[in-house]
Design a protein around this ligand. Structure first.
Ligand SMILES: Cc1cc2nc3c(=O)[nH]c(=O)nc-3n(C[C@H](O)[C@H](O)[C@H](O)COP(=O)(O)O)c2cc1C
Length: 178
């Protein structure tokens, strides 16, 4: 294998991809915005905590601090064009609230078409380098039963995967339970 010493920002810090992007939905008064975040992770099962790492450059960042609640939704690969559009335009320039969505129990906007979504209440924000980790407590869950298997997992081959630098894919339909 080739190796090189890491100095400063890496040209491609993406070797842990492909990842499943979460679409972060946030609303402040009438303003609705959506921002895909592939830097997302479960943090705790009990209580259910989920985090998204968002750059302060994003319009979403300021909205999250104001709203203190947000959604995170997970989408089929068929929605790749929409997810890519949401992730390549800023709410500062376009109204991404025009994307089809509904409001959850807590009033957070949830992008239509998801196989699953969380409603989260913002618990803490921690800065790690050039991104801030927004940690939310899951207060409601939405699931599209027809898109999930009997254990609540997305059906094989369904989820949208992000490979970085504008490349998307989907998982194989073949699965293994060793
Ligand atoms: C698939 C995908 C994943 C992304 N993941 C992140 C992420 O984890 N964190 C982040 O800050 N930006 C991420 N971005 C970039 C933002 O989504 C993008 O800059 C977006 O246009 C910001 O919108 P806003 O300015 O309306 O908040 C991602 C973009 C794409 C396309």
């Amino acid at each position: 294998m080739r190796s090189y010493r890491a100095q400063g920002p890496l040209p491609g810090f993406y070797h842990y991809y492909p990842g499943v992007p979460a679409v972060v939905g946030v609303r402040v008064e009438e303003r609705v915005n959506f921002c895909p975040a592939v830097w997302n992770t479960g943090l705790s099962a009990d209580p259910p905590l989920f985090g998204v790492s968002i750059s302060p450059k994003r319009f979403t960042h300021g909205l999250l601090l104001k709203a203190r609640r947000f959604s995170a939704s997970f989408h089929p690969f068929g929605q790749k064009d929409l997810v890519h559009w949401l992730g390549s335009h800023s709410g500062r320039e376009v109204d991404k609230g025009q994307a089809p969505h509904f409001l959850g129990h807590t009033g957070v906007p949830i992008l239509e078409g998801a196989y699953a979504a969380y409603e989260l209440e913002l618990l803490e924000v921690h800065t790690f380098g050039d991104h801030d980790l927004f940690v939310g407590r899951v207060v409601a869950v939405w699931e599209e039963e027809g898109l999930l298997d009997e254990k609540g997992r997305p059906k094989p081959g369904l989820a949208l995967l992000y490979y970085g630098k504008g490349l998307y894919g989907r998982p194989a339909e073949e699965t293994f339970a060793p």
